[in-house]
Design a binder for this molecule. Structure first.
Ligand SMILES: *Cc1c(COP(=O)(O)O)cnc(C)c1O
Length: 368
């Protein structure tokens, strides 16, 4: 049995942390990539106090509408074709406009009065150098969109907000605030701004502008390099667990698993755990990786190192520190309260985002 348990209360708690940090701003809660792997259907009810949700694809937007989400949906990569633009209009979706063709679709096909598609997020490339217009392009697009009757939100995305002192942050903030001021001066005071992802919300409280766009922070993972999720008072929204499926003792000098990568220094009690990379537990993991075993007999928790190579369906852990009577069906927490997914990501040389998004369909899904 491998289980992913989603905790809607933790998501609501984390959303409230965002709202406390950004009391003046509206919140576009990011639920792209199936709500960072948590399952959008499980997550939406916990986000009722958000002002809108953000997704990357039209399919994700339509799924959220089908699930009954009635407030704003921001499509952060915008329409991929004139046909997608029309579908956005049909379902009241607010699109990013980041290049010339999207601008033309919007100018040629204006949504009916009252449609949320009347609000467009005009993307300014302030230094990330992926999507967006340069300063000159933003000014001319903004003028045309405003004249056509659109309401505008100037938007940009940080490249290094997780690292407070990275020099590009100040540069992006300066470019953004200066172009926003020009748009307000020359076009309309009603033009809004949106700059901050989770890391920006934490690191740049004076630059929250009108809309913040939290993602990873809602799921209880730290968005910044210098503070842990615990220090930020975030609760993990996912617990990923499995079960002990066999207990063994290996003798000194015995090797375990594929490639015989781990060799016992002394006689060692081991447990096989029913989870592997086929479920989304990372195959490449350092020797510091550990899990928490909760002994079914007495509910005590034990920190146990992962040893040997992670396989598709199982891992092996060292249970030397647990009682001899350790129950066969004991629960094994891969991430959740301990270890946090941020720690596992560190041991796997990646970020929590990737571990969360790449979980497979095999684990059972439930809610607590
Ligand atoms: C994904 C995304 C976010 C959220 O980023 P986090 O680092 O998860 O907070 C914000 N804005 C845009 C445009 C995004 O694509």
């Amino acid at each position: 049995m491998r289980t992913i348990t989603i905790k809607p209360k933790a998501i609501t708690h984390n959303l409230n942390q965002v709202k406390q940090r950004a009391p003046q701003a509206k919140v576009l809660a990011m639920v792209k990539s199936n709500a960072y792997g948590h399952g959008v259907a499980a997550v939406l009810p916990a986000l009722q106090q958000a002002d809108g949700i953000g997704v990357a694809t039209l399919t994700e937007a339509l799924e959220a509408r089908q699930l009954g989400w009635e407030k704003t949906i921001g499509l952060v990569e915008g329409a991929f074709s004139a046909d997608e633009w029309q579908q956005a209009i049909d379902h009241d979706i607010s699109c990013v406009i980041h290049h010339g063709p999207q601008l033309e679709w919007a100018l040629q096909n204006f949504p009916p009065a009252g449609s949320a598609t009347n609000v467009v997020w005009l993307k300014y490339n302030t230094g990330m150098n992926r999507l967006g217009f340069n300063a000159e392009g933003v000014l001319s697009a903004a003028k045309r969109l405003h004249e056509a009757g659109y309401q505008l939100i100037l938007a940009t995305h940080f490249a290094n907000a997780d690292d407070h002192d990275h020099p590009l942050n100040a540069m992006q903030i300066e470019r953004f605030s200066s172009v926003l001021a020009t748009l307000k001066d020359t076009i309309s005071l009603d033009i809004k701004g949106s700059l901050c992802n989770s890391a920006g919300i934490v690191n740049f409280p004076e630059y929250h502008y009108d809309w913040v766009r939290p993602g990873i922070i809602l799921y209880g993972s730290s968005p910044v390099v210098d503070k842990s999720a615990q220090e930020l008072d975030l609760q993990p929204a996912m617990e990923f667990s499995a079960q002990i499926m066999a207990l063994q003792t290996v003798s000194a000098n015995d090797a375990i698993g594929y490639g015989s990568r781990w060799r016992a220094q002394q006689d060692t009690r081991t447990a096989l755990v029913s989870v592997g990379y086929g479920d989304g537990y990372p195959r490449v993991i350092s020797d510091d990786a550990y899990v928490t075993v909760i002994d079914t007999n007495d509910n005590q928790s034990y920190r146990c190192p992962v040893i040997g190579r992670v396989a598709m369906d199982m891992i092996v852990i060292d249970v030397s520190k647990t009682p001899e009577s350790l129950a066969l069906d004991s629960k094994v927490m891969l991430w959740g309260d301990a270890p946090r997914v941020d720690e596992v990501a560190g041991h796997a040389g990646t970020i929590s985002y990737e571990l969360l998004c790449r979980l497979s369909i095999r684990p059972n899904r439930t809610q607590a």
